[in-house]
Design a protein around this ligand. Structure first.
Ligand code: ADP
Ligand code: MG
Length: 476
């Protein structure tokens, strides 16, 4: 019975709406609506999303009102049931009802030019650029971002955007690159620069956690409008590590809306990701294509000179002198990423300032040894040396010693070979772990091992057996 009334009421409403909107609008915004129930003078309709609801409220209040009043009388009211999660076989859809009674009155200008008051569940708070927390780290600035071949394009694009946010063709600016190449530093430098030179601009840095959590929180507490209002007032939006939005459809949809509206109103958007947009998985195609509108620039692993400059820069800003040979040693040895480098430098600083030790090559080596150990997998240098020594029935210490007899040289070279394969050590550090040999000795060892495997099938068998041992250790 009830459903029948509801269906009839809504069908009548649709008839009226049809006369007032274009056919395409009707199909887009009214066809998908499903009538849910009538309760006294309240008709509840279900809409597919929050965005849909807001769109209706922004664009079709007069026509909806006209329809409801004509069909149900002037007391007639509309409520929405908004699908916030369409669910699946196991989970039924989740909906929220709007308005929810905690709302505020909002005055809008009707189509006929008369102001009329509508019931709106959301408050609109204007942000004050002086008090907004931009979530920027003030120490990430251009002045201490070292320029090198590895980051030149990204850096100059960043400088251009910082000068004229929103008005260059670099919008959005999409920076990508591996771990620790300086993405976060660079985008925050842009943010800090804009804040400094244009204090009236609202700058906001968010990482994926911030955005997702705020979004989910808003979703649960029916504060979507507030969430959106907040973001739409931002002049520079920095979203760090967008790859984490992969597979989060609802969050992506919300970001898509915010992105479009900001972009349309000439606001600047900057994003970073760990791979180029074309390789991002789990993203809606329409969002990916947006990412490519502006400029996409990559940051590469820093080369030796850039690493050296970063080391000197950091130590100087902390007021520490670091001997050139130490800086060079570090730039050469730490080849995992710059975050590891930071760990090494901080540890050196700690030794120098708190333990009052001089920073020299020995200290650097000691620090590096400890830190590199942590970075390593289960198959450590020690383990490799011991396993290989046992296999060839020699003494581990002999691998590090000076003896040049073939019975020792072959196990030594074999162990070096496996160190290269299974640890993240650089050639220089491998040499270091074999009695302070230099990297060219290690290169020679690797070549000898490869040659022997080609010509000596017994040796090849030994290598296969050892490989098995290391592999099983790794998967254990
Ligand atoms: P990502 O976000 O790409 O993973 P980060 O921006 O967090 O990398 O950089 C890791 C560390 O390396 C930070 O301490 C950062 O300050 C430093 N760093 C990276 N690139 C540079 C650079 N070009 N100049 C100075 N420091 C850098
Ligand atoms: Mg980062």
């Amino acid at each position: 019975m009830l459903v029948d009334t509801t269906t009839t009421v809504w069908t009548d409403c649709l008839e009226i709406i049809k006369q007032h909107v274009e056919e395409q609008e009707f199909n887009t915004w009214f066809k998908p609506i499903e009538p849910v129930r009538t309760d006294g003078n309240v008709l509840t309709i279900q809409v597919p999303s929050q965005f849909f609801y807001e769109w209706l409220e922004d664009h079709y209040v007069p026509v909806l009102k006209k329809a409801v009043h004509t069909v149900m009388g002037v007391e007639g009211r509309l409520e929405y049931s908004v699908v916030v999660d369409s669910g699946n076989k196991q989970n039924p859809p989740v909906t929220v009802n709007l308005p929810n009674g905690n709302g505020l009155k909002k005055t809008t200008q009707g189509q006929n030019g008369n102001a009329h008051t509508e019931y709106s569940p959301f408050a609109y708070k204007a942000l004050d650029p002086r008090t907004v927390n931009s979530r920027l780290n003030p120490s990430y600035i251009f002045e201490n971002f070292v320029e090198g071949d590895c980051n030149r394009l990204a850096r100059s694009a960043g400088v251009a955007v910082a000068k004229k946010p929103g008005t260059t063709s670099f919008n959005p600016l999409m920076l990508y690159g591996g771990v620790g190449v300086g993405k976060t530093h660079l985008v925050q430098a842009i943010g800090n620069e804009i804040k400094k030179n244009m204090p009236e601009k609202i700058v906001l840095y968010v990482d994926q956690n911030d955005f997702t959590n705020q979004f989910l929180n808003a979703l649960q507490n029916l504060k979507m409008q507030e969430f959106q209002n907040f973001y739409l007032q931002v002049d520079l939006l920095i979203l760090d590590d967008v790859q984490f939005l992969a597979g989060r459809e609802k969050t992506q949809e919300m970001f898509f809306n915010i992105f479009n509206q900001l972009h349309q109103s000439g606001k600047q958007i900057i994003m970073t990701s760990d791979c180029p947009p074309r390789d991002l998985k789990g993203f809606q195609e329409r969002l990916l294509s947006r990412f490519k509108w502006g400029l996409t620039a990559d940051l590469q692993e820093p080369d030796f000179e850039t690493k050296l400059a970063i080391i000197n820069n950091k130590m100087q800003s902390d007021g520490i002198e670091i001997p050139t040979e130490v800086a060079e040693y570090l730039a050469y040895s730490v080849d995992t990423n710059l975050r590891d480098m930071e760990g090494v430098l901080n540890s050196l600083l700690f030794h120098a300032t708190l333990l009052k030790k001089d920073i020299d090559l020995d200290l650097a080596k000691e620090v590096l040894k400890n830190i590199i150990k942590e970075i390593q997998s289960d198959v450590s240098v020690d383990y490799i040396q011991k396993t290989v020594a046992d296999y060839f029935k020699v003494d581990t210490e002999q691998l590090k010693g000076k003896v040049k007899k073939r019975e020792i040289v072959i196990p030594r070279q074999t162990a070096m070979y496996f160190c290269k394969r299974y640890t993240q050590l650089t050639l220089a550090l491998i040499g270091e772990n074999f009695g302070g040999r230099d990297h060219s000795t290690v290169i020679h060892a690797l070549e000898s091992v490869e040659d022997m495997m080609k010509v000596d099938s017994n040796f090849k068998n030994s290598m296969d057996e050892l490989t098995k041992k290391f592999k099983s250790r790794m998967s254990a």
